[in-house]
Ligand binder design. Structure first.
Ligand SMILES: Nc1nc2c(ncn2[C@@H]2O[C@H](COP(=O)(O)OP(=O)(O)OP(=O)(O)O)[C@@H](O)[C@H]2O)c(=O)[nH]1
Ligand SMILES: [Mg+2]
Length: 364
């Protein structure tokens, strides 16, 4: 049996990792061996830490996106499962990438030597930005060039998943559905919640379909794509937080992310995704902001009091990365001082993503 390759696309903060985690649990409950590949422009990934903490077999492509380092994707796939490839491979591309059918899915079937059973390509739609972008609102949060990437992601999808239906009104879901159907006809639309599992039976059934999938040809203006990506400030950092006395890990993370959120609001800099994970010996916690309007959320509580934690910060924000770095360093210091702990930034990278130059691009 060929390993099934499922790639879950969608914009930054759309719910890809949450969806992959739920799918992985489903396939493992069926007795299948599952491997996951995460991806980012640089090292220190919240997603890798979070998925590994959940006990999954995770390989990481860090330093370049799947499309621009196709060989890193395939070699990471080959290292999953310790010598025997998993039955199901779940892959999460970087949320600011598009043109993944031409640069990843098609090369996997037409260039790569290991046969894979490629599932239909689904793109998770992020309602917080999606509604505003698809309505054509001027205040969508991002520039037209970043919105171009958001739209191109939907255009190449075999099917679209409206995520977060647990917190959308029926009218909002209906409007999103109509907007997608009108602009991108022919793509089946699912309604899901990666948080509650609603709609996942339909998602799993859709992923089992085979036929003319992963073949949508589309034109991509790589100048607009590159400029849209470069409008995002990117920051990954690893920080050690310590104290003689125990501190509440969840409180620290939610305070930190709330401080960062306030700074972004004050600077009118839109968050695409701000995520922090705190890992202590006993457990871990995650806090997120997926848009300035959505606000901070402790998406996973640890309930832990500890004297030491490893904290990883990943920020993707429409702001100059130098300003983002100042904000993160200042708010880390402020959050640590607030509860009387020390913080030591072990590593920090902040930059604008470089121009995407795919290893392969198959468009015929
Ligand atoms: N309420 C609600 N929250 C969700 C749902 N899916 C994801 N989230 C939350 O949205 C945030 C982002 O989810 P992720 O799964 O990390 O999103 P992602 O697409 O992997 O993000 P990037 O890897 O940064 O691009 C987290 O706080 C999740 O808990 C959902 O269906 N409902
Ligand atoms: Mg993710």
């Amino acid at each position: 049996m060929k390993p099934v390759y499922i790639m879950v696309g969608g914009f930054l903060g759309a719910g890809k990792t949450s969806t992959i985690s739920r799918l992985a649990r489903h396939y493992m409950a069926q007795g299948k061996k599952v491997g996951i590949v995460t991806n980012d422009q640089t090292t220190d990934l919240v997603d890798t830490q979070s998925l590994r903490s959940q006990g999954f077999d995770v390989g990481e492509v860090a330093g370049s996106c799947f499309c621009c380092n196709f060989n890193a994707l395939t070699s990471t796939v080959e290292h999953l499962g310790e010598g025997q490839l998993p039955d199901v491979i779940l892959a999460e591309p970087v949320g600011s990438c598009t043109d993944l059918v031409a640069t990843v899915i098609r090369p996997l079937t037409e260039v790569y030597g290991v046969p894979l059973d490629i599932a239909p390509y689904g793109v998770i739609l992020k309602p917080s930005h999606g509604l505003r972008i698809l309505r054509g609102e001027k205040t969508s949060g991002f520039s037209p060039k970043a919105n171009y990437i958001f739209r191109k992601q939907i255009e190449e999808a075999d099917f679209v998943v409206i995520n977060r239906v647990d917190e959308l009104s029926p009218a909002e879901v209906a409007e999103l559905q109509l907007l997608i159907e009108t602009e991108y006809p022919g793509r089946p639309i699912l309604r899901c919640s990666a948080k509650t599992g609603e709609g996942f039976n339909a998602l799993i059934e859709t992923l089992e379909l085979r036929g003319q999938f992963g073949r949508r040809l589309m034109e991509v203006d790589y100048d607009i794509y590159a400029e849209g990506e470069a409008e995002l400030g990117w920051l990954n950092s690893q920080v050690v937080v310590e104290s003689k006395l125990e501190f509440d890990l969840d409180e620290f993370l939610i305070d930190l992310i709330s401080r960062l959120h306030s700074r972004l609001l004050a600077s009118n800099a839109e968050a695409a995704h701000l995520k922090v994970i705190g890992l202590s010996d006993a457990s871990y916690a995650v806090a997120n902001v997926v848009s300035n309007l959505t606000g901070p959320e402790l998406s996973l509580a640890s309930g832990t009091k500890t004297t030491a934690a490893n904290v990883v910060v990943n920020a993707r924000v429409a702001i100059d990365p130098a300003d983002l770095e100042i904000m993160v360093r200042e708010e880390l210091a402020a959050a640590a001082e607030f509860i009387g702990v020390s913080q030591n930034v072990v590593s920090l990278q902040s930059f604008r993503p470089g121009r995407p130059v795919p290893t392969h691009r198959i468009t015929v």
